[in-house]
Design a protein around this ligand. Structure first.
Ligand code: NAD
Length: 315
């Protein structure tokens, strides 16, 4: 197979590209480095089957030759990024998805959308199954990401219905691991960096809001299986093990082997109170479920964070 992965210089895109290469497929990575990093491409660049194109996917997309898959992963993904880049986020979810779908259609390729648990907004149903329609504030600051992804899903299904395009929609829940940006503002990167610097750990609100955290290797396995499957309806991919932010703070302290102070700060607007995937569909249709537990995943991520922090600051 020969696949295009947009957002290939990002956290998930680079791991996914690596997986396709490991399976012997050719990968064209595309990215404009809006939130990604060239460093993430280093492990891929020596592979003859990897080719990189620096391009904004909201612009006209052209690729010579056959393409069997278009995996659209380009988008700012962490709240800190999409709050800072609201228009780029809306554009990559709308125009970028349109361009990526157009390319897939022109090439007769399978299309996969990296959607998100944020399509459920601040959910009133818990855990969230795929048929839950969500609770999103379209005009709140987070609406730029949530609505962009909801539009992207709608457009994907329109191409499926009108043009019979072969599509996959992955609703990705919080994922973590090596190659996350140290300053991406996500709770796991924040905690690991703060813990390596000796604390304190910043907890927003009371810390009783919950999240589910999926280790990147598990996520990539789920994404790969979904891409190869024949499932066209959206599929939740994430780890259903639910932790409060306070529990996460405790686990991080265990992993780094030190007790740290906790500093409480005000909860951001529209921050979801609960977040947990119902992965029955993925279990049934993809025979997939996460295998890496939180403590293990954090231990596997720590060396990367330590090394990046040392490179950045000499700490
Ligand atoms: N990481 C998660 O926990 C998570 C959760 C849910 C959904 N997702 C989705 O998965 C995808 C990847 O997320 P990530 O965590 O790897 O984020 P990331 O920011 O690390 O990667 C996104 C990549 O997209 C690129 N990009 C953004 N706009 C672009 C444009 N217009 N043209 C070309 N490239 C562009 C960025 O430069 C970056 O390299 C996103 O679509 C995101 O919405 C991720």
């Amino acid at each position: 197979m020969r696949v295009l992965i947009t957002g290939a210089a990002g956290f998930l895109g680079s791991h996914l590209a690596e997986r396709f290469l490991t399976e012997g497929h050719a990968v064209i990575g595309m990215d404009n480095f809006l939130t990604g990093a060239e460093d993430n491409l280093f492990p891929l660049q020596d592979d003859d089957l990897f080719h990189f194109i620096k391009q904004d996917v909201t612009k006209y997309l052209y690729l010579a030759g056959e393409v069997d898959g278009v995996l659209h992963f380009a988008s700012p993904a962490s709240p800190i990024d999409y709050l800072k880049l609201p228009i780029q986020t809306l554009k990559v979810g709308s125009l970028g998805t349109h361009k990526a779908l157009g390319l897939a259609l022109a090439k007769g390729a399978r299309f996969m959308l990296a959607s998100t648990s944020e399509v459920y907004g601040d959910p009133q149903v818990h855990p969230q199954p795929e048929d839950y329609r969500g609770h999103v504030n379209p005009v709140g600051p987070r609406g730029v990401y949530d609505e962009a992804k909801r539009f992207a899903e709608a457009l994907t299904m329109a191409y499926h219905r009108c043009h019979d395009l072969d599509v996959r929609i992955a609703r990705i829940f919080n994922t973590y691991g090596p190659r996350m940006r140290l300053d991406d503002g996500r709770v796991i990167s924040n905690f690991l960096v703060q813990a390596l610097q000796g604390g304190p750990l910043t907890v927003y609100g009371e810390g009783d809001q919950t999240r589910s955290f999926c280790y990147v290797d598990d996520m990539v396995e789920g994404l790969y299986r979904l891409f190869l499957s024949d499932v066209t309806e959206p599929v939740n991919l994430g780890n259903p093990a639910e932790f409060s932010i306070n529990e996460l703070a405790e686990t991080v302290q265990c992993v780094v082997g030190r007790e740290l102070e906790i500093e409480k700060q005000t909860l951001p607007t529209d921050d979801p109170q609960v977040r947990q995937p119902d992965i029955s569909r993925a279990r049934e249709l993809l025979a997939w479920e996460p295998a890496v537990e939180l403590e293990e995943g954090l231990s596997r991520s720590l060396p990367y964070f330590r090394e990046r922090l040392q490179t950045r600051t000499g700490e």
